[in-house]
Design a binder for this molecule. Sequence first.
Ligand code: PSU
Ligand code: MN
Length: 307
Amino acid sequence: MNEYIDIYSEIKTALEYNQPVVALESTIISHGMPYPDNIDMVQKTGAIIRRNGAIPATIALIDGKIKIGLSEEDIYRLATDKNVKKVSRRDLAYVLAKKEIGATTVASTMICAQMGGIKFFVTGGIGGVHRGYEQTMDVSADLEELAETEITVICAGAKAILDLPRTMEYLETKGVPVIGYQTDVLPAFYTRTSSIPLQLSANDTHELASIINTKRSLGLKGGVLVMNPIPAEHSMDEAMINQVIDQAIVSAAQQGIAGKDVTPYLLKTIVEQTEGQSLKANMELVFNNAQVGAQLAVAYYSLRASL
Ligand code: PSU
Ligand code: MN
């Protein structure tokens, strides 16, 4: 392990004894949700992971270290400090070397989780190919990381802020297994379905654990993406949310928002335009992913122990 990794003792022990650990990203805290809901989200997500038999490990860059497992003070800083940098693969070495405070995206959380020996990671939504990418070339580094790094990411699909068909094509080209959890269509984050069929699906966490174990045994590089739809009682009206998303994209273009500011800008605008309704849905789908992710980690480690 490299000298930048700082793993909280409880998590270190769990990893040594092959107990299930589930990583969480921190960009969702700093740039994905407003304060104080972001703190509420991390605490509840951690509690759900524990209740389902795994140990939560939130990852961030603090004072020159990759911290795996954060203190309450770290979480408060991430949730409130305006100087927190959104850190993807590109920014990782820079922010560490300068000892700045950095929040990890899906891509950099995967990198750091792998450095620490963690195999599962729960989040809300991943980045992807942005709409209008023909002009902007805006494709999230999350996709390339899924192609390279051996972590299973549990999410609620991708948002319609992205070009969903092209996001799926990219993942197919890169050979990333995208597995629907109890669904055979791509969930669209705020809604349970989209018009895009999934080629792979699994009925329960044991099936998923067996697929992940087989992939590992074959030595195939790259991650696995589990698509877990938002619970029906929390899903949003499709026409309404799509209209809000369309407007947010127009407004981002008009204001010249580009690069890594695009996703945070869109998320914030959508929360404002739905008067918090989208934030509530976002939190609920993270909780649901935490439950499935923890159960999957438990199933995977018990399968490994039985081999
Ligand atoms: N989608 C969400 N919430 C988020 C993000 C995406 O619904 O918080 C964050 C994640 O950290 C993701 C990142 O990895 O945005 C993608 O940003 P970009 O498109 O700049 O790669
Ligand atoms: Mn981008």
